[in-house]
Structure formats: C-alpha cells, structure tokens
Design a protein. Sequence first.
Length: 107
Amino acid sequence: MLSKTTYNIKAKISLLPTELGGRKNPVSTGYRPSLAFNSIQHFSGEIELLDQQQIKPGQSGTVLIKLIPAKHIRKNLKSNDAFTLNEGNKAVGSGIIITAEKIGTDI
C-alpha cells in the first residue's frame, strides 16, 4: 500500500559537470530523477525549475520538487537537509532543501 504522505520541496540543486560523471544534457521542468536523502533508499520526484528554463551540467538553480508517493517515504524532511540526484545508480547532482511542505497523511 502506498503512503499518502508526500512533500513539495523548494531546493537549490547543483548538477555535476559532464567531465566529472554528470549528465550530458541540461534538465528542464518535468525532469524526474530519483533522490536519496542521506540513505541508500531512493525516492522519485518531479522537478519544476524556478527563474530559468534549464540547468546545464555544472550549473545550479532553484527548483520545486514534488516527491512521488511511495510505499515508504521519509516523514521528517526539513530545511537544510542534503540530498543526491540520481539517474539509476549514477549520482548526477546534489541539493539542499530550502523548505519542505508535508502533504497528506498515511492510511
């Protein structure tokens, strides 16, 4: 059964440069990486860019992230928590939470 708890997160993300193992192409609104919050468990999220059309490898930007409901989801995300952006098992960037708004409750 899926948790009905999820988050809307405002965060600052930084993409790794391509030459350091990052993506080859920029990201834009609708990008769906997996996110790891200081754990080996990954959560899916959808990113909406704020104040820019794309973020290129090696660049940073402010985004909104909506975590996709999952069977288990962390219940204690908060400002200043760090996370890693992943594509499969490959880290492509990192981020810091600015604000985290908890949405819904467990059933």
